[in-house]
Design a binder for this molecule. Structure first.
Ligand SMILES: CC(C)(COP(=O)(O)OP(=O)(O)OC[C@H]1O[C@@H](n2cnc3c(N)ncnc32)[C@H](O)[C@@H]1OP(=O)(O)O)[C@@H](O)C(=O)NCCC(=O)NCCS
Length: 385
């Protein structure tokens, strides 16, 4: 537990914040469920503050289902309280099957509680949790909306040279001061489905290029048994084939069991998905795929997840064909859907070109931060007990 008293010079009421680990119960209606619900409300309030809308908020029951431990990943939740109210979170994810060096971190502080040391205290908590598990590399992300005032000031550029992020954003100041490096910048893009024009034409044109040797196979939710081995390979490749900037990400281990676990977890979390894959006719194998997802609690919002074409099958317009075909399915199968969001590395010009052709427009910048922890020196006082 960390006790952090507010020092002189900060605006706002004087508080003594307590940082503690919050259990993640099985469901919201058992002991601990109320605390989890309050912490989820903090996450959603912070999303709202960044974007000015609720498109990235998630319902607490969906969030709790997605954070259940599995053989693939474990989650740790740290919170800061002001009295009995939860006012800030550190959400940590630890991969368990691969990337055993890594930890994924999000820190969220309610706007009214910023500049009082809570972000720094939660970071100390997170680093302690990371070290306890013998991990060395923390990866974290932060966002600004397009048109945000902070966009006007100095910008920092990652070593990839692609994209930039406002140096004056609180997340950048805290990250750089705490030993993180900016290793990649993503572009968040949005597609308003009522402005999706010519998708049928794009699908037909791309399909004409691919059709002699390839065909599309589509499913929703559950991958057909006979395609599981091929689909596992595509999911594995998706972890390292897209540009990773400076992220020290290792290939993820995917097999049929992991696919089924993910599908089960998504279904429990109220997520539906539309998957479209490209099959190479001569070999009979899947060689590319694309995934769209949405939450039951927010049926107007769709997330573009993976899109991948295996190296040796690139150059046949399969990426555009897959995406255009899957968007047409959204119009037919998810009539309430209004907007699609996607994140792409700024150096991923091929995918960005496809997205622009489909009508996606920039909506935000996401900074990818990484910190490789220095070896722990005996006798270091972390302030965490
Ligand atoms: C980034 C964020 C977590 C910072 O939380 P916080 O509780 O305000 O941070 P702290 O008070 O611990 O600040 C620690 C240091 O960071 C720097 N800092 C943080 N916010 C700053 C700001 N708005 N302006 C200037 N410096 C700032 C300062 O150096 C500060 O130390 P100081 O106050 O002693 O000068 C918070 O702004 C937030 O939740 N943002 C939205 C979500 C996000 O981007 N999370 C980070 C990615 S995971």
């Amino acid at each position: 537990m960390i006790e952090r008293s507010q020092s002189q010079g900060y605006a706002g009421p004087v508080i003594t914040a307590t940082i503690e680990q919050l259990p993640i119960p099985r469901t919201l209606d058992v002991e601990g469920g109320d605390g989890f619900r309050r912490s989820a409300a903090v996450s959603n309030a912070v999303e709202h503050a960044v974007w000015g809308h609720d498109d990235f908020c998630t319902a607490p029951d969906e969030r709790i289902a997605m954070m259940q431990p599995s053989p693939d990943r474990e989650y740790v939740l740290g919170v800061a309280r002001d009295g009995s109210s939860i006012v800030a979170n550190a959400r940590l994810g630890f991969p368990l099957r691969d990337n055993l060096q890594a930890a994924f971190l999000q820190i969220e502080v309610l706007p009214a509680y910023r500049r009082r040391g809570l972000g720094a205290a939660l970071l100390a908590f997170a680093e302690q949790q990371v070290r306890l598990r013998g991990r060395t590399t923390i990866m974290s992300w932060s966002d600004v909306a397009v048109g945000d005032d902070r966009d006007q000031g100095a910008m920092i550029v990652p070593p990839t040279g692609a994209g930039s992020f406002p140096a004056g954003d609180a997340s950048a100041i805290l990250a750089l001061r705490s030993g993180f490096e900016l290793v990649q910048v993503d572009r968040l893009s949005v597609l308003h489905l009522d402005r999706l024009e010519g998708v049928q034409q794009l699908e037909q044109d791309a399909g004409r290029v691919g059709a002699p040797d390839y065909e599309l196979v589509a499913w929703g939710g559950r991958c057909p048994d006979g395609l599981l081995a091929d689909y596992s390979l595509l999911r594995r490749k998706m972890s390292t084939d897209p540009p990773l900037g400076g992220f020290a990400q290792e290939e993820e281990q995917w097999d049929a069991d992991r696919i089924r676990r993910e599908e089960g977890r998504s279904a429990e979390g109220g997520t539906s998905s539309l998957v479209c894959a490209a099959r190479h006719r001569p070999s009979g194998h899947l060689v590319g795929h694309t995934i769209l997802e949405r939450f039951a609690s927010r049926p107007t919002i769709v997330y573009q997840e993976d899109t991948l074409v295996l190296d040796e099958h690139r150059g046949h317009r399969l990426g555009l064909w897959l995406k255009a075909a899957n968007f047409r399915r959204v119009l037919a199968e998810w009539p309430g859907a209004e907007r699609v969001y996607t994140w792409n590395a700024e150096e991923n010009t091929f995918m960005l070109d496809v997205n622009v052709a489909l009508g996606f427009r920039p909506a935000g910048r996401t900074a990818g931060w990484q910190k490789v922890l220095p070896p722990h020196r005996f006798g270091d006082a972390s302030g965490v007990t």
